[in-house]
Design a binder for this molecule. Structure first.
Ligand code: ADP
Ligand code: ADP
Ligand code: MG
Length: 495
C-alpha cells in the first residue's frame, strides 16, 4: 500500500532527516512537538505540525495515546518512530497496527524478541551465531552467578537483559566483588528498565564494536549493507563512527554479513535493522544484540553505499520488494561521523546547556551535517544533548580524516561547550589513525588537559564581535593598508 501521509513520532535531527526523505517521495508529512521544540526546524519543515504537550518526554514524545490521536485526527496512514523514544516499544507498534496504520519498522513480535537480550541470544543460537561465552539464562542467585563466572573466568560483565543505551552493565574483576555487583545490577535493572533480569557474559578484552546494517523486505529477501565501526565509545556509548571498519577484511566482512542476515532470519525481521557484534583482537566476532530501528550512525552507511535507508524503510513498509540484491551492493570510499554534543569535554563531558549564539556549520564537497538546530535556539535540557552529527565522505580513510579535521575547524558554535574539540583531538591521535583502536580508546588515552583551552566561550564571543565589526567596516569600504594582511580573529584564537 502506498503511503500518502506520514507522521514522524520523534524530534530534532532525526525527525528532520526522515521528513526530508518523505518529502522527496511525495509523501505528506506531520511533525509532532513538545513545548520545548516549538521553534525547531523540523517543526517548520513538515507540512503539518501538532503540539503534543509538555517538554517532559513522558507527557509528549513517549505518550502513545496522544500520538495515536494526532495520527487519526490528521489522517496519517503511517508512523515512523525514528530512534530513541518509542522506536523500540512493541506496544506502540502493536497499537499503530491495530489502528489500521502502517508502522515503519519490524513486527511487534520481532521487536519484543530482540528487545530482550537474553531472548535474542537464545533465538539466534539455533542459527549457529557465535555468542559471547556466558550463561544463556537469567542469573537469580549468587551461587548461580559464581558458578557461571568460575566456568567462563574473570573478568565478567553482568548485563541487564532489557538494557540499552550503554546502561545496566557492571564489570566484575574478582570473585570478592560479585555479590555486591550482582545486587546492584539487579536493582538497577529493575529501576531503570522495569525488569530485574540480568545475565553474565565474559568481558572481552580490548574489543572492537562492529555492527552490520541489514535490510529485509516482506518477501524473504534480506541483504546487509556492510559494517560500521563504532569502537570510539564513552561509557559504552558511541561517540565516533565510521564505515567501512579499518579492522575488517573481506573475509571477516563476508562472515559477519552472513551472520547478520541469519540473525534477521532468526526473528523474522522486516525493515532496517542493525546487528551488533563485539570483535576480539584475533578477529573472532560474537553477537551482542540487534537494534530494531534506524540508528544514529546510519548516515555513514548511506555515504558508502549510496542507499537512502529511510527511503528503503518506507518502501519496505509499503510492501515493495528490495530493488537490489547482495551482489548489487558495493562499498565506495570512506565515511566518518562525529556526534556533536552540548557537553564540556574538559569537564567530564558535563552537559552544557544554553543558547546557540553563533551556529555556523561547515560546508563543501563530501560534508553532511544532520542537525536539528539553527542559530539563536536553546538546547533543551529535557532531551539528549546532541546538537548535530557531522559526517564526511572521501575516497579513502586518511582523506576522510583530513576532511573531518577541516570540517571541525570550520564549525562555529558559540554559547554552549561542545565535543568538537574532543573529536578533533581523536582525529589527530595516532591510535585512531592506525585503525587499531579499541573500545578502551578514551579511557586509555584521553585526558581533558590534552585539549587546548583556546576556545573559551568568552574568547569566541569576542572573536564573533570582532568579525561582525570587521564585516561591517569591510562593507563600508577598504580599511586595510595595501601591505597589511587581513587577520582572522578565528585564526588568531586557534594559534
Ligand atoms: P546496549 O544495549 O547498552 O547498547 P550492548 O550489549 O550493545 O548494550 O553493549 C554496549 C557496549 O558495551 C558495547 O558496544 C561494548 O563496547 C560493551 N560491551 C558489551 N558487552 C561486552 C562484552 N561482553 N565484553 C566487552 N565489552 C562489552
Ligand atoms: P586543536 O586540537 O586544534 O589544538 P582545540 O582542541 O581547541 O584545538 O579544538 C579543535 C577544533 O575544534 C578547533 O579547530 C575548533 O575549530 C573546534 N572547536 C573547539 N571548540 C569549538 C567551539 N566552541 N565552537 C566551534 N568550534 C570549536
Ligand atoms: Mg548496543
Amino acid at each position: 500500500m502506498k503511503i500518502k501521509k506520514l507522521l514522524v513520532a520523534n524530534r530534532g535531527e532525526i525527525s528532520l532527516r526522515i521528513l526530508r526523505t518523505a518529502k522527496e517521495l511525495g509523501i505528506q508529512t506531520i511533525a509532532v512537538y513538545s513545548d520545548a521544540d516549538q521553534g525547531a526546524p523540523y517543526v517548520r519543515f513538515a507540512d503539518e505540525a501538532v503540539g503534543i504537550g509538555p517538554s517532559n518526554a513522558s507527557q509528549s514524545y513517549l505518550h502513545i495515546e496522544k500520538i495515536l490521536e494526532v495520527a487519526k485526527t490528521f489522517k496519517a496512514d503511517a508512523i515512523h518512530p525514528g530512534y530513541g523514544f518509542l522506536s523500540e516499544n512493541p506496544e506502540f507498534a502493536r497499537k499503530i497496527i491495530e489502528s489500521g496504520l502502517i508502522f515503519i519498522g519490524p513486527t511487534p513480535e520481532a521487536m519484543a524478541l530482540m528487545g530482550n537480550k537474553l531472548a535474542a541470544k537464545k533465538a539466534v543460537s539455533d542459527y549457529g551465531i557465535p555468542l559471547v561465552p556466558g550463561a544463556q539464562t537469567p542469573i537469580q542467585h549468587l551461587e548461580n552467578a559464581k558458578m557461571v563466572a568460575e566456568k567462563i573466568g574473570y573478568p565478567i560483565l553482568i548485563k541487564a537483559s532489557a538494557g540499552g543505551g550503554g546502561k545496566g552493565m557492571r564489570i566484575v574483576h574478582h570473585p570478592s566483588e560479585i555479590n555486591e555487583q550482582l545486587e546492584r545490577a539487579i536493582s538497577e535493572a529493575q529501576s531503570s528498565f522495569g525488569d530485574p533480569s540480568v545475565f553474565i557474559e565474559k568481558l572481552i578484552l580490548s574489543p572492537k564494536h562492529i555492527e552490520i546494517q541489514i535490510l529485509a523486505d516482506h518477501h524473504q529477501n534480506i541483504v546487509h549493507l556492510f559494517e560500521r565501526e563504532c569502537s570510539i565509545q564513552r561509557r559504552h556509548q558511541k561517540v565516533i563512527e565510521e564505515a567501512p571498519s579499518p579492522f575488517v577484511n573481506a573475509e571477516l566482512r563476508a562472515a559477519m554479513g552472513k551472520a547478520a542476515v541469519l540473525v534477521a532470519k532468526a526473528c523474522g525481521y522486516q525493515g532496517a535493522g542493525t546487528v551488533e557484534f563485539i570483535v576480539d583482537k584475533d578477529r573472532n566476532f560474537f553477537f551482542l544484540e540487534m537494534n530494531t530501528r534506524l540508528q544514529v550512525e546510519h548516515p555513514v552507511t548511506e555515504m558508502i553505499t549510496g542507499v537512502d535507508l529511510v527511503k528503503e524503510q518506507i518502501e519496505i513498509a509499503e510492501g515493495n520488494q528490495l530493488r537490489f540484491t547482495q551482489s548489487d551492493l558495493k562499498i565506495n570510499g570512506h565515511a566518518l561521523e562525529v556526534r556533536v554534543y552540548a557537553e564540556d569535554p574538559q569537564n567530564n563531558f558535563l552537559p552544557s546547556t544554553g543558547q546557540l549564539k553563533t551556529y555556523i556549520t561547515p560546508k563543501g564537497p563530501g560534508i553532511r551535517v544532520d542537525d536539528g538546530y539553527v542559530e539563536g535556539m536553546e538546547i533543551p535540557v529535557y532531551y539528549d544533548p546532541m546538537i548535530a552529527k557531522l559526517i564526511v565522505y572521501a575516497e579513502n580513510r586518511s582523506l576522510a580524516i583530513e576532511k573531518m579535521k577541516r570540517a571541525i575547524e570550520e564549525y562555529r558554535i558559540i554559547g554552549v561547550k561542545t565535543t568538537l574539540s574532543f573529536c578533533h583531538w581523536v582525529m589527530k591521535h595516532e591510535s585512531f589513525q592506525s585503525g587499531k583502536f579499541t573500545t578502551g580508546f578514551i579511557e586509555d588515552y584521553f585526558k581533558p588537559e590534552m585539549l587546548q583551552d583556546n576556545f573559551s566561550t568568552e574568547e569566541l564571543e569576542i572573536a564573533a564581535l570582532i568579525s561582525t565589526f570587521h564585516l561591517k567596516t569591510q562593507n563600508a569600504g577598504p580599511i586595510l593598508q595595501k601591505d597589511q594582511k587581513p587577520k582572522s580573529p578565528w585564526r588568531k584564537n586557534r594559534i
